[in-house]
Ligand binder design. Structure first.
Ligand code: ZN
Length: 258
């Protein structure tokens, strides 16, 4: 791979600088963003070679000028935020879609190197499944948070029945004028929610704009709603303290999980 011509050397220097500046290849656990597409679909943990992910053969050239002149990108495309309710907490939202992402995740508790949080289950060959960690299923629904006017992703346990968030919210979602209703959601007990249509009223113009922007982006390039949950490769997952310990108890060889 080493190319010794001066031009190639100069190019390499350039791409290295750009890469360091604009295209980090590491996985950020706490950060929710739209760059997650770089994470490979990796079913086979034994075949995972992290250098393949971190160092592509020859990064594509990008214009530093274009990059520098793109300050609006973050403003028009803020990171998606999860909306989840603590017990006794109340939020006010508007519902504008019933299209949600259906995700299966594991809770990984905090360690020295991991902030703690949900990660996507990797399905077959998932180290967390092999370590017999609980799996949870959620529906992720875009809603407008009426307190700050931003579109956020409401995390709903995939449970149905009286008092369950999905069931209670569906009653309002089915109304033809749902976008004109101020919806109040309260988590009254651990797994029970009350959803009320507080009042009808025309949409605050700012919130209308936020919803429209979200819709347009979703139509243009598809917004990866599921990216609000962290995706980590199997190799990284099996290094989580608790998973590593449980895999060892189950008799997995550490080398097999690398
Ligand atoms: Zn799993």
């Amino acid at each position: 791979m080493t190319d010794t011509t001066p031009l190639a050397a100069a190019q390499q220097l350039d791409t290295m600088a750009i890469d360091a500046f604009g295209a980090p290849r590491t996985f950020h656990h706490s950060e929710v963003n739209t760059v997650n597409t770089a994470v490979p679909e990796t079913g086979d943990s034994s075949a995972l070679n992290t250098t393949d992910i971190i160092a592509p053969e020859r990064p594509k050239m990008v214009s530093l000028t274009d990059f520098a002149n793109e300050p609006t990108q973050d403003a028009s495309r803020p990171a998606l935020t999860v909306l989840s309710l603590r017990q006794k907490e109340t939020i006010y939202v508007r519902l504008f879609t019933d299209q949600c992402a259906d995700v299966t995740v594991h809770w990984l508790e905090e360690t020295n190197t991991w902030a703690g949080g949900y990660v996507h289950c990797l399905g077959q060959n998932c180290p967390a499944c092999a370590a017999r960690l609980n799996v949870s299923r959620f529906f992720l629904l875009p809603v407008a948070d009426l307190e700050d006017g931003r579109v956020k992703i409401l995390r709903m346990p995939a449970e149905r029945g009286p008092g369950k968030l999905v069931t209670e919210l569906a009653k309002v979602l089915q109304l033809p004028n749902r976008a004109e209703i101020v919806v109040r959601i309260t988590r009254v007990a651990d797994r029970n929610y009350v959803v009320d249509a507080v009042r009808e009223g025309s949409l605050d113009p700012d919130i209308g704009v936020a919803i429209k922007q979200f819709d347009e982006q979703a139509k243009a390039d598809g917004i990866d709603i599921a990216s609000v949950m962290t995706r980590i490769p199997a190799s990284e997952m099996s290094e989580h303290e608790r998973i590593a310990k449980r895999l060892a108890l189950e008799g997995y060889q550490p080398s097999a999980a690398k």
